[in-house]
Write a protein that binds this ligand. Sequence first.
Ligand code: FAD
Length: 400
Amino acid sequence: MELVKKPYECCGCRTCEIVCPKSAIVMKEDAHGFLYPQIDQTKCVDCGLCLKKCAFQSGYPQRKEFEPVFGYAARHKNMNTMMNSRSGGAFTALTDEILKRNGVIYGAGYDEDKKFFKVIHKAAVTAEQRDEFRGSKYVQSDLKDVFLHLKRNLEEGKWVLFSGTGCQVGALHKFLGKEYDHLITVDIVCHGVPSPKFWADFLKMREREEGGRVTGADFRDKKKFGWKAHRETVWIDGKDISSRLYTKVFYLDTAARPSCFECVYANRNRVGDITIADFWGHEQAVPGFAEDNKGVSLVMVNTSKGKALWEKVRDDMDVIECTGYPYRHTNMKRPTKRPDNYDEFWSDYLSSGFDFVMKKYCDYEVITHGQRTRKKWAEKIKKPTRKVKRKIKKLLKKIK
Ligand SMILES: Cc1cc2nc3c(=O)[nH]c(=O)nc-3n(C[C@H](O)[C@H](O)[C@H](O)COP(=O)(O)OP(=O)(O)OC[C@H]3O[C@@H](n4cnc5c(N)ncnc54)[C@H](O)[C@@H]3O)c2cc1C
């Protein structure tokens, strides 16, 4: 049995691993930090179930019942909820209802020890646990064995809401293989998922620079910088450092998973009961609505089941219907394009290391703790940055 011939054929969802009746498949990290299945040929009986259940194929189970799709610009009425969510807080509104039904929510949070803020999927049964899933984590989330737990929840008759990227939601439907009345799936419009190795190395770099331990991470802090800005923040022993370094590589697409460039889910045939996204371009679609750079959700209702839940929760949000508009997002038209320097980036990374890549692709010199402050002052005097120049100008003006 050969499962993955080319890296772009696998999205790393682990379905093949968990369905294998002989436990012959184990997911292993490749040099780039992405998970791929490895088959123990001595255990494999060629039953083909892994291939049958593979969801990363264009014939995935589409869920679109309505044409045109019901689309909404939405913002949670509770400003605190809104500001703690990535877009307009649609995820919180939907999951609050599931919590009221004593259900289980699955989403992307962090691993238990939070040492390098590894992003994993896990379950939440309280609002506090659910709140960890808020905010976009721009790195591939490891699904671990959540599908097995989720199936058990459904068989117990519980309400379940699973949220994730299109490939993760597609994988769940393929794994389950049948409809469950109590299951709601929410897929997010996804630009692509960067490598967990790159994320961990970025945090390690911050630790080396500051001489401390990572105590917090935020991929996009809208409270500080606004919804449209994109800067990552890392806390080292409680001190926050914000930059556009990780972000830059995210947008260069050089650290994305190869399958993202061939994503079968990057189109208008959505795979979840409900699709959520940042509502870019809402100023044109719904002029005058929430034009304060605090965030707006795009909500697309794809199935009757999704519609029933949406009708139940939409009063928690300010909502304007804009059916027909939603498909303008790039990743609802096509997958992100593979950058020309993708192979060069990884070849540099693997042969010369993370610091070299920072210098070459982000024009950033990584300096270890101690060296940093001395060099920083010397550099500031010799070659003042625009910020320092501005400060000097201001000071001179004041003196004058
Ligand atoms: C890697 C990535 C790329 C994205 N690209 C785009 C894009 O190109 N265009 C666009 O409009 N929107 C994109 N989004 C979606 C958007 O940023 C918001 O996640 C979405 O609008 C939900 O906002 P909210 O306020 O309703 O949810 P929030 O309350 O902020 O909840 C965030 C939701 O995203 C899920 N999530 C967070 N990180 C991950 C992850 N790594 N893997 C899987 N699920 C995750 C959580 O489980 C939760 O359901 C992307 C999100 C991610 C994670």
